[in-house]
Design a protein around this ligand. Structure first.
Ligand SMILES: [Zn+2]
Length: 105
């Protein structure tokens, strides 16, 4: 997807932060509002797929889980396949680096 400077209209490479022509800041394009789609390490029940979808879209995770469980039962396996696909396809939330947080005393 092409990115264009909003000030001078110069075409920029995808992911550019600044215009190479006039130096204007390029707003970051986000396909999904809010958080990136990752499977959080904390708070997950099975693989974190429900939590990932809920967080990235601003949905209620409890509702997503109920829909997922009902889907498992009534969709004849489709939701199960989709869940496993999400498990494989959605990256895990990056591990916090050791020393990033103050040690718990
Ligand atoms: Zn520009």
């Amino acid at each position: 997807m092409a990115v264009f400077c909003q000030r001078c209209g110069t075409g920029l490479p995808t992911g550019a932060r600044f215009c190479s022509s006039c130096g204007a800041v390029v707003p970051v394009m986000q396909s999904v509002p809010g958080r990136p789609l990752v499977r959080p390490l904390v708070g997950r029940q099975i693989a974190g797929v429900c939590l990932a979808l809920a967080r990235s879209n601003g949905w209620d995770v409890g509702m997503i889980r109920i829909i997922t469980v009902l889907g498992f039962i009534f969709s004849g396996g489709f939701v199960g396949v989709a869940y496993v696909a999400g498990w494989i396809g959605i990256p895990e939330e990056p591990m916090p680096m050791p020393g990033e947080y103050p040690p718990i005393v």
